[in-house]
Design a protein. Structure first.
Lengths: 143, 247
C-alpha cells in the first residue's frame, strides 16, 4: 500500500535573505522563485519500504544526477544547478530516518559551500530544503 | 523567440548562401555536357541556365521579404512582453492618482540575436527609453568580472536586491565611487545611462529545463522604493515570464 502527503511550502517563510559581500560592496541575495521549492510530496510504499520526498519547482524538467549520501539514502539533484529535487530512502521507516535525513542534506549544503563557494543557488537551495525537512513534520506522517 | 521565426531564419541563411554561390552554380551548369550524344542535359541544369538572370533577383527579394516577416513576428512578441511589463509595473507600483509610478520601471533583458553573449534590452515598461542601446556582457560576468546588476544576476542566478544607493548626480566623490562599486558599472558607462536608480531588484528567468532565458529588472529612483519587492512577490510574474519567453 502506498500513502501520499503533499504540503505547500510558503516562500516568504523558507526563502531566507543573505547578505553577500562582493568586491567590497554589500548586497542582499535570496533564492529566485525558480529555485525555491513550491510543494513537497512524501510517498511511502509500505510493501517495498520505500520512502520518497519530492520537491516541486518551476523548473521541473531539469536533468537529474544522483548523490548517495548514506547506505539507504539517495538524493536526486539538478545536474547543473545542484538543487534538491527528490529524496529516496529504502528500507527505513519515515519517522526513524527523519533526523538523519535532515542532517545529511545540511551536510551537503555545507560541503557545497566549500566546493562551490560562488554558487549561491546551490547552497541556498540546500539550506532551504533542510529547513523544509526539519519543519514540515507532516511529511513523515505517511508511514 | 518561438519556433517558427527560427525556421524562417534557417531558410533565410540557405537562400543567402545560394545567392552568394550563384556565380559558381551557374559556372558549373554551363560546363555540364550531355551524358550521351543526342540526349538532353538534366532538367535542373537546363533550369539553372534558363533562369540564371532572374534567379539572383528573386533570391534577393525573398531574403528581404523573409527578414521583414521575421522582424514583424519578433516585434509582435516584444509588444506582448511590453504589455506584460506595463501590467507588472502598474500592479506593484500603483500611483495614487491612477496609473503607475514614474519613479519606477520594469525591464527585461535577454541575450541578443546577434550579440548572444550580451544581455540586451527586450522590453521595458512605460514610454521612455525602450530602445536604449545598453547591453551587459555575459562573458565578463561569468568570469566574475560582473558587468551591471543584470550581469551579476545572470551569472549568480540568485534574486538580487540592492537598496539605499546614494544619489549619484548630487553626491560627493566618495558616494559616486560607492554607487559605481555597488552597481558594477564604470563611470563611462553610467554617463550613458538615462536613469540612475537608487534601488534595484533583479531576477533570472529560467525555462522548465532550468536554462536561463533573460533577466527581469525592477528599478526605483527612491532608495527604499523596492522594499516591498521580494522573490515571493514576483513568483507569479516569474511563472508567466517563463511561459512568455519559452521556446
Amino acid at each position: 500500500m502506498t500513502t501520499t502527503k503533499t504540503v505547500e511550502i510558503e516562500p516568504e517563510k523558507y526563502n531566507q535573505t543573505k547578505e553577500i559581500r562582493i568586491q567590497g560592496a554589500t548586497l542582499f541575495g535570496s533564492l529566485s522563485p525558480f529555485d525555491v521549492p513550491r510543494e513537497a510530496t512524501a510517498t511511502y510504499d509500505q510493501q517495498r519500504k520505500e520512502f520518497r520526498i519530492k520537491l516541486r519547482y518551476l523548473t521541473p524538467d531539469e536533468p537529474r544526477a544522483t548523490v548517495d549520501v548514506a547506505k539507504e539514502i539517495v538524493l536526486l539533484v539538478g545536474k547543473n544547478s545542484g538543487k534538491l529535487y527528490e529524496i529516496v530512502v529504502r528500507g527505513q521507516e519515515p519517522q526513524t530516518i527523519k533526523i538523519q535525513l535532515t542532517a545529511k542534506v545540511g551536510e551537503l549544503a555545507r560541503e557545497s559551500e566549500r566546493t562551490f563557494p560562488q554558487d549561491f543557488v546551490r547552497r541556498l537551495n540546500l539550506e532551504t530544503a533542510q529547513r523544509v525537512l526539519e519543519d514540515k513534520q507532516e511529511l513523515y506522517a505517511v508511514g | 523567440m518561438g519556433g517558427q521565426p527560427n525556421l524562417l531564419r534557417i531558410l533565410k541563411y540557405v537562400l543567402t548562401a545560394l545567392l552568394a554561390a550563384w556565380v559558381y552554380i551557374y559556372g558549373w551548369a554551363a560546363e555540364v555536357k550531355p551524358s550521351a550524344p543526342g540526349t538532353e542535359r538534366p532538367w535542373y541544369v537546363l533550369a539553372i541556365l534558363w533562369f540564371h538572370f532572374i534567379a539572383p533577383i528573386v533570391l534577393a527579394c525573398a531574403i528581404v521579404l523573409l527578414d521583414v516577416v521575421i522582424e514583424l513576428r519578433t516585434s509582435q512578441s516584444k509588444a506582448l512582453l511590453k504589455k506584460f511589463l506595463d501590467r507588472l509595473h502598474a500592479r506593484h507600483f500603483p500611483y495614487p492618482e491612477g496609473g503607475s509610478d514614474p519613479a519606477c520601471r520594469v525591464t527585461l533583458f535577454a541575450p541578443g540575436r546577434l550579440r548572444v553573449r550580451s544581455l540586451v534590452l527586450q522590453a521595458r515598461s512605460g514610454g521612455l527609453h525602450h530602445k536604449a542601446g545598453i547591453c551587459w556582457s555575459i562573458k565578463q560576468s561569468e568570469a566574475e568580472r560582473y558587468h551591471g546588476i543584470a550581469g551579476y544576476a545572470w551569472a549568480t542566478g540568485i534574486f538580487v536586491n540592492i537598496t539605499g544607493l546614494p544619489d549619484y548626480d548630487n553626491g560627493s566623490d566618495q558616494e559616486k565611487v560607492d554607487y559605481l562599486r555597488r552597481t558594477f558599472v564604470t563611470e563611462k558607462e553610467l554617463a550613458k545611462l538615462h536613469w540612475r536608480a537608487r534601488s534595484y531588484c533583479s531576477l533570472v528567468v529560467r525555462n522548465p529545463q532550468g536554462d536561463k532565458l533573460g533577466v527581469l529588472m525592477v528599478e526605483s529612483k527612491l532608495p527604499d522604493g523596492l522594499n516591498h519587492i521580494t522573490a515571493a512577490v514576483l513568483t507569479e510574474a516569474a511563472e508567466q515570464l517563463q511561459f512568455l519567453l519559452g521556446q
